[in-house]
Design a binder for this molecule. Structure first.
Ligand code: AGP
Length: 610
């Protein structure tokens, strides 16, 4: 998830572009760059690190001109470096891109074979060469972009400028966001409304399969095949602060709603739907390693530890590999037995959690193969690993992790399918069903978001004064119960505990009374009937029962005081759906209580202390 901006008009564009990038820094901040047309030539300045590094570079090399594009990067392909920073240049073309080009490898091979000099590891540079090749055929910039994008598969929001066509920016959009701003004698584009809001409130929200030509006279929108489009022009009445959260009150609520997109991006280019498999190149583990390892060790903290617990069910069930889950902070407090036949997976949103980093290094020192499942390219855990599998959730600003959690689970499920296929423990039909289920998962998550948020808000109002809350679940619902409890604890400061539903009768059930709301996860999976018994045990002791069940479960409706329904799904996909109402519940309770939802007391987004 990167940020792109563009400008064409009658003002010096560099300050406008930098200002726009600053308002988009929440979308990524590995590196940044500008390409500005001075009327004769295009000049490019790029810098690794946060935007201020680019601003420092611009002091030494000011860019003058009234047409330009700018980019702030969140690396998905190609490590964090100046070479991989955008804009990317080929011939007289400069391009910036937010998204993932799925077929970048075959396109790269074809371009190199044709003599193209490709200098970066990115998928974006491929676009620059494709457009430049069309320009060399005599096409205009607009026609060249149109022809180039016919060869491209995947997600993109791009802005392109050409040396021989000053005062023009061509943009195109598919699956990644792009908005256009209409000014007086000037036109703007950006990944999100904050980038253009200081200059105009009149915006066009571009749709998939559209492109546009921006000049100082205005904006012309067409479909990719050139059919003119009369777009709706919206007037935005948000404040800049609201705009950065896309109109949501907090980053956490925005990120809860970003989960379908985060899953789509994490899965993009990695599902082999034709063969019911995972694309090997994307996983970072060789088939030889997949078949030679004898155990998997998952290392993580906090929410990532809960993702690891879900992953254990996947890997044991689909790959039939012994799998242990370790709290990274405890792993280091004993003489763990780790060896060369172990695959250790360090799971971390930030990739910087010191407990996880130190545990991962110990495991590697003892001979294990180390895979990093992280959200930040080039982070310390990624650098320490033998291989990386990146979630592509984009920067997560809210301290309470939400979209990275579900993206981590998606990564672990893909890994389990990949391992199971290579170890011969996962049948063709079950693999195909899982891959297809993953492909449809983002829409199911959207349905749960829209279908439950009003009800969950009413439940939050009803239970916001609870002093203790219990969360119960079995199987993969057990780590989801733990995650629901953690979310409530860390942002509303209400004491909450997650328990394995079967464990309640061994003591914790003594806690239940009418003042203790009990959230019971009873989706229609292989554990439902036993979980229903646990629900009845809690109810019989006077607990207030908030059940989350599969839609149409009349028994759950009759036995619970409150019922939240989720759609039917494969059991492996239920965690993605169950966690959403729990995230929303924690958020709404905290917001109603007036706590600092995005930055709760005592907490930090990245814990780099032991
Ligand atoms: C989750 O909401 C918390 N912020 C915290 O438990 C977090 O998951 C933990 O500190 C691990 O962080 P990481 O994923 O960046 O390693």
């Amino acid at each position: 998830m990167c940020g792109i901006v563009g400008y064409v008009g009658n003002r010096e564009c560099a300050p406008i572009l930098v200002d726009g990038l600053r308002r988009l820094e929440y979308r990524g901040y590995d590196s940044a760059g500008l390409a500005v047309h001075d009327g004769q030539r295009i000049h490019v300045v790029r810098a690794v690190g946060k935007l201020r590094m680019l601003e420092e570079a611009l002091v030494g090399s000011p860019l003058l001109g009234t047409t330009g594009i700018g980019h702030t990067r969140w690396a998905t392909h190609g490590r964090v470096s100046e070479t991989n920073a955008h804009p990317h240049v080929a011939g007289e073309i400069a391009v910036i891109h937010n998204g993932i080009i799925e077929n970048h490898l075959p396109l790269r091979a074809r371009l190199v074979k044709a003599g193209a000099k490709i200098v970066s590891d990115t998928d974006t540079e491929i676009i620059a060469h494709l457009v430049d090749a069309q320009c060399r055929q005599g096409h205009s910039l607009e026609a060249a972009v149109r022809l180039a994008l016919k060869e491209v598969e995947g997600a993109y929001a791009i802005a392109v400028i050409r040396q021989s066509e000053p005062q023009k920016v061509v943009v195109a959009k598919n699956a990644s966001p792009l908005v256009l701003g209409l000014g007086e004698g000037e036109s703007f584009c950006g990944s999100d409304i904050p980038a253009v809001l200081p200059y105009t409130r009149r915006v066009i929200i571009m749709e998939d399969g559209q492109m546009a030509v921006l000049t100082s006279d205005g904006i012309r929108v067409t479909t990719l095949d050139g059919t003119p489009v009369e777009p709706a022009v919206k007037t935005i009445d948000w404040s800049p602060a609201m705009a950065e959260k896309s109109g949501f009150k907090h980053f956490m609520l925005k990120e809860i709603h970003e989960q379908p997109r985060a899953i789509e991006d994490t899965l993009r280019g990695r599902l082999d739907r034709e063969n019911g498999d995972i694309v090997p190149e994307e996983i970072g583990l060789s088939p030889e390693l997949a078949t030679s390892i004898e155990r998997v060790v998952l290392l993580a903290c906090g929410t990532s530890h809960h993702a690891a617990m879900v992953g254990r069910y996947y890997i044991e069930s689909l790959a039939r590999l012994p799998t242990v889950v370790e709290l990274a902070s405890e792993f280091r407090n004993r003489e763990a037995v780790i060896g060369p036949n172990d695959l250790v997976i360090a799971i971390s949103q930030s990739g910087e959690t010191l407990d996880t980093l130190m545990a991962a290094k110990i495991a590697k020192q003892r001979g294990a193969k180390l895979l990093a499942l992280v959200n930040v390219m080039g982070s310390a855990i990624a650098r320490a690993a033998d291989a990386e599998l990146y979630t592509r959730a984009g920067p997560e600003i809210g301290v309470a992790s939400t979209k990275c959690f579900t993206a981590q689970i998606a990564g672990l499920l893909m890994l389990a399918i990949y391992l199971g296929k290579r170890r011969g423990t996962l049948g063709k039909e079950r693999a195909e069903a899982l891959v297809e289920g993953l492909a449809h998962l983002p829409q199911q998550m959207r349905d749960v978001l829209t279908g439950t948020r009003q009800l969950v808000l009413s439940l939050a109002r009803r239970y916001m004064d609870a002093r203790d809350v219990l969360f119960l679940g079995r199987g993969t619902s057990y780590p989801i119960a733990l995650e629901g409890a953690l979310k409530l604890k860390e942002i509303s400061y209400i004491h909450a505990e997650g328990y394995a539903a079967g464990e309640m009768k061994h003591g914790p059930i003594a806690l239940i009374d009418p003042n203790v709301p009990v959230v019971v996860l009873v989706p229609r999976d292989e554990h439902r009937d036993k979980s229903m018994s646990n629900l009845q045990e809690a109810k019989a002791r006077g607990g207030r029962i908030l059940a989350v069940a599969t839609e149409g479960d009349e028994e759950a409706r009759s036995l619970s005081d409150e019922l939240v329904e989720i759609p039917a799904a494969l059991s492996e996909l239920l965690p993605f759906l169950l966690v959403i109402p729990l995230q929303l519940f924690a958020y709404y309770v905290a917001d109603l209580k007036g706590t600092d939802v995005d930055q709760p007391r005592n907490l930090a987004k990245t814990v780099t202390v032991e």
